[in-house]
Design a protein around this ligand. Structure first.
Ligand SMILES: Nc1ncnc2c1ncn2[C@@H]1O[C@H](COP(=O)(O)OP(=O)(O)O)[C@@H](O)[C@H]1O
Ligand SMILES: [Mg+2]
Length: 305
């Protein structure tokens, strides 16, 4: 092999970051400027989600969840970085592409039940409306969606004639109207009690499994991890941890927590770990054969002896 062959081979083998991901955010930054003050809502967020995954992004209020969803839904444009959903580059798409993207590629569910549905239209009419905007005619789909989500009895009711949970399930049907590839939900159960929330999560899960849609839910409620395949923690505008759910040998559900390691090797230590050992500002690292040790930056005891 010549040098040129080797170089060509190296280029060929180099994996492109997130090449096969359905949703990809790479070093995403969103800075808001108000009255001369800058707020960095997203500071280099990385995110990879596969097609058909059901993922929750969990973080405290102000951690950047809505900012992230607004970007993924095509409502807002990031300041820097890369964001790609279903093959669409969200930073460079044209105005016309943006409209089509929002109408056909993604479906959106907001926290405020009232914001999802038009108050003077019935459930069926609410589902038909986005279909008409997209020039789609499918007489059976609206009723089939309501049936699948367990709200067939709400077909002719207006939002005010339904419970909060029923309204959110109809909202999921509206979001699914144009066969989107991705469903984005911002605190969809924020105004609901636990039992009704579980029904709404069940509906989102069914949407994912029936249509192979990728579902991303953001919430401040850590309990949601019991309802999804993967929970991604977001802290200060950056993804910091992941919890994977898997079924163990005895049939019990095991949740394992991981820290996210970004492309340049940065890692966020959980706050309860750093405060337990009083770690601050600087730590000492030691490479071991099969792990890395992280130590407080204090003189080692053997040094004092
Ligand atoms: N339009 C905006 N203008 C200025 N600051 C904003 C705007 N939207 C969000 N922020 C700020 O960005 C940060 C993240 O907000 P947000 O994404 O709404 O968080 P979350 O949804 O996790 O509660 C907060 O500090 C918030 O005040
Ligand atoms: Mg929010």
């Amino acid at each position: 092999m010549t040098y040129t062959d080797l170089a060509a081979e190296a280029v060929r083998q180099k994996p492109v970051f997130g090449e096969h991901a359905h949703i990809l955010c790479d070093n995403l930054v969103r800075i808001f400027k108000t009255d001369g003050v800058e707020v960095v809502a997203l500071q280099g967020l990385d995110l990879l989600i596969d097609r058909g995954e059901l993922v929750a992004v969990v973080g405290a209020s102000g951690s950047g969840k809505s900012t992230l969803l607004n970007i993924l839904s095509g409502l807002d444009v990031p300041t820097a970085g890369l964001a790609r959903v279903a093959g669409t580059d969200l930073l460079t798409m044209s105005g016309r592409d943006r409209l089509k993207y929002r109408r056909e590629t993604v479906g959106f569910i907001w926290q405020q039940t009232a914001r999802n549905l038009i108050p003077y239209l019935s459930s069926l009419e609410n589902i038909r409306l986005p279909m008409r905007f997209a020039g789609k005619r499918d007489r059976k789909r609206p009723a089939e969606l309501l049936d699948m989500l367990g709200v067939a009895h709400c077909a002719d009711r207006r939002p005010a004639q339904m419970s909060g949970g029923e309204q959110q399930r109809v909202a999921i049907a509206v979001a699914l109207a144009n066969e989107p590839q991705v469903i984005l939900a911002d605190e969809p159960t924020g105004e609901l009690d636990t039992e009704t929330s579980a029904e709404v999560f069940g509906a989102l899960r069914r949407a994912g499994s029936e249509f192979g849609v990728t579902v991303v839910i953001v919430t401040h409620d850590p309990q949601v991890s019991e309802q999804v395949d993967r929970t991604i923690g977001i802290r200060d505008g950056r993804t910091s941890s992941e919890t994977l759910r898997r079924v163990g040998d005895s049939g019990t559900v095991i949740a394992e927590e991981y820290a996210v390691l970004d492309r340049v090797g940065r890692l966020q230590l959980p706050r309860n770990f750093t405060s337990a050992l009083n770690l601050e500002r600087r730590v000492r690292l030691e490479l071991e054969r099969d792990h890395i040790g992280v130590w407080p930056d204090r003189p080692r005891e053997e040094d004092n002896e």
